[in-house]
Every structure is written in structure tokens, then in C-alpha cells.
Design a protein around this ligand. Sequence first.
Ligand code: NAP
Length: 484
Amino acid sequence: MVSRVIPVDPFDLVIFGGTGDLARRKILPGLFRRFCGGQMPPEARIIGAARSDMDDAGFRQMVAESIHEFGDKRHPHEDQLPAFLERVSYETVDATGDGGWTALKARLRPGTVRAFYFSVGPSLFGDLAERLRGFGLADDDSRVVVEKPFGHDLKSARALNATLARHFSEQQIYRIDHYLGKETVQNLMAVRFGNMLFEPLWNAQYVDHIQITVAETVGVGGRGGYYDKSGAMRDMVQNHLMQLLCLIAMEPPARFEPDSVRDEKLKVIRALDPVDWHHIVRGQYAPDGDTPGYRHDVEDPRSRTESFVALKCHVSNWRWAGTPFYLRTGKKLRARTSEIAVVFKDAPHSIFGADAGRHRNVLSIRLQPNEGITLGVTIKEPGPGGMRLVDVPLDMTFADALGPDVEDVPDAYERLIMDVIRGNQTLFMRGDEVEAAWAWTDPIIEGWIARNEVPKPYDVGSSGPDDSLMLMHKDGRKWREIRS
Ligand code: NAP
């Protein structure tokens, strides 16, 4: 049922930072899956580039180990690994120096799609862009892929955009937000714009509120140094949660094309009201017995960085006037789950009386785990005992609907890299979108600093600080349970 696999054009993909964590965990195993899935043509080449002194054989060894460690355990495709590795090579290059660039250029073939993945820290983007142009590796058809974090605030995001724009046009820049590559996120658009059923109800008249939750069970892990300078607002809300909010709230684009979709997303961000600070809760996971808390994990006993945010916001336009959007994300919570819930209003009048109970329709879009979409519908409770109502899910869990083929569905990184090769920017963030998102989040963060605000402690394994529950409770609403 899945996969009419359409191979992409032959390409040369250079991964700057090819020896790094992201390349080893996501990019290289993802490329191998696409190779096994038949999407990568025989002429495709992948070239790792970093400062480490390594030859092709050494890099291939590293790639093979990464695939063993982080690749698809259920379908290891060991037999295909040698053929994949033949397409892989390595060049020692320092982004900040001139060594290695001529040799790297010699590895690139004319007439082939060229993509350069900047899997390095953003401070190197300018050096890479300048040398790619200066040494003649990139031309006007080449693509560059950049990773989050795209800036630390509006000022730095503008500076990064300006740096890239000196060397590449907007059509060449692919800013990754891997949430947009998830199957369910695209399915959300299919559900909204491919069916007559939902769109007429998709507005303030019928929708009571919308909840977006991205909950993690992990803490900051080895990223404490980075995370403590960032926090949940910058690390999750400014990008992933806002992108999800945009896809839920946007007007139907004229076409499923990059600028059509991104224009509509941008309008949503610009329609967001500034958030009242009474409508934001920041949290930080507390120590619990022998389990260390956030401050221990980031090695700063006085850190005021948040590992949790919950907020209520409004999209001020005709469609959504008066409908609150509740966003919540955090670390070390009860379960790992990402869900968007569209909670519809009560039916205007219950013909069954108070005893029957009343239920609201909820459309739940789950990004993880068990990607899928469920619509809660009210029916009569089966059996005798009169008319009592009960909620049942109309379940569109992909694993059930698609059977074993669901395992062939590309993961977010795989899909997005193939989109880069195809030259399709629909699922990538445009520069103005990123800036608009920072323009909305900056005042929130500045407010915290100005008020010297200390995040509320919350228990590891909980749903976040009690105040975040109150945020909903005060409005007569309730968060959906965080469960896997
Ligand atoms: P990392 O493990 O520290 O890897 C950095 C890579 O950059 C290494 O391959 C390093 O190799 C190379 N590098 C460093 N300085 C260089 C230079 N001057 N010239 C050429 N190469 C250089 O970092 P990462 O976790 O892979 O993250 C890479 C980027 O992706 C970062 O911007 C990060 O924020 C972003 N990101 C990462 C993740 C993730 O899960 N890891 C998720 C989302 C976004 P050498 O030391 O050999 O040069």
C-alpha cells in the first residue's frame, strides 16, 4: 500500500560535520534507508567533510558503525551496506581555513545536483558559505541545508539570514525543522485540505480550543551546556511548536507549493497576539531523592533556564478570534508524546438529558509514538440501560491502516533530505518565517529576564508544574493526559 518509490536525480551531497553526532545518528542512517528503499540512484555520492584527519576507508568504517548503532534494527539490510559504502567518501576540510577545499571540489561532478548539509554549529555557516562560493564548489543551482538552532533571538537570526543571503538565494536555502518532515504532519494537511468533512468546522465557531503538547522523558543529557543557554522556549517553542501551530491554524494555501504554504504559515505567526505573561508557565525539573534535577544536569546550581513551558496564545484573525491555543513542552515528563488535539465545542443542545452524559469531539493528531490520527466520536453505550453516551475513537493509526508497509515510511530526516535533492522547499522554513517566530518569542524571554523570573519546580515523571494545570483549569478546561 505504501511507497511508489520515485528515485531522485543523481546528486553529490556534502555533509559538513560528517563525523558529528547528528550525521551519525540521523543523516547517515537515514540516507542508508533511502538507499535500501530504492530512492537513491546508483550515481548518488555522499561526501563527509570535517577537520578530523581521516581517509575514505576510515570514514566508511565510521558510517558502517553509525548505521549499525543508529540504523533500522528491524531491517538492517546488511547485504546492501557494501554497495552503499561505495558511494561514501571523505575529505578533511576546515570551515575556517583554506585547506582541503580544492580537493573537495575535485570530488564533485558537473551536471549533478549539489547539496551541502551544514551539520555544524551556526557560527560556521558564514565561513562555509563564503568558501563554497569562493572555491567555486557551489553555483546558483546548489542547495544548502541548515540545522536548528537558527539564531538565538531575532537579531542573531537576521544576521544568519543576511550571512547566507550574501552567498545564496532564498530558493537555495533549506532550513530544517524535522517536525515538518514527520508523516503525520503532512497527513494533517491531507486531512484538513483533502476532505470536505473537517474544513467547514475548522474555526472559532466550532472549535473550543487547541492543545499542542510535546513531552519528553529525557533530561538535557549531554547537551547541558547548549541547553542551559537556550531553554525550552528557544529549543522547542520558537520552532517545532510554532510550526505545528501554523499548520493547524493556517488558511488553505492555493497550492501545495513552497511559497503558497509558507505565505500562509507566516500570516499565522504575524496574527499571534503578544502573550500575556499571566498566561505562561515556566518550569524546571526538581531533584527527586537520588535523581538529580535540572540544575545538577547543567552544572549550574543557580540556573534559571526553563526545561518546561506552557502557554496560552491567540491567533487574532477572523477564523480563530476567541479560540485559545494552549502549547506545552518539557523534559523529564511522564511520557514521551507529541500530540495536537483539536477540541470541538459541545453540541448546542443535548436531546438526551443530563444523565446521558455529554462528550466533545476531539481530533487527536499524534506525532509520536504511534503516529496517527484519531477522531473521538460520541455514540450510544451498547447494551441495555437506556440512552447513555460514550466516546469511541475513529482510529487512523498508520501502523494499523498500512500494515507492515508502515515500516517503509521514511522518517523525517530521510524525507527532508530527499526533498532537498528534489528541490522542494515546502517542508522547510523560510527566512521571514523564522524571523517572525523570533519576533514573537523574544518579548516573552525578555519579560522573564526583566522580571527576574524563577522557573517553577516540577517533579520528574509528572505533567509539569501545577501552575500549568491551573492555566487550563482557570478557563474551565483541562490538558489531555500525557501518556505514551
Ligand atoms: P557535533 O557532534 O559537535 O559535531 C560537529 C561536527 O562539526 C563534527 O563533525 C566536527 O568534526 C565538525 N566541525 C567542527 N568544527 C569544524 C570546522 N571548523 N570545520 C569543519 N568541520 C567542523 O555536533 P552535532 O550534534 O552533530 O550538531 C551539528 C549541528 O546540528 C549543530 O548546529 C546542532 O545544533 C544541530 N543539531 C543537532 C542535533 C543532534 O541531535 N545532534 C539535532 C538538531 C540540530 P571535526 O571536529 O572533525 O571538525
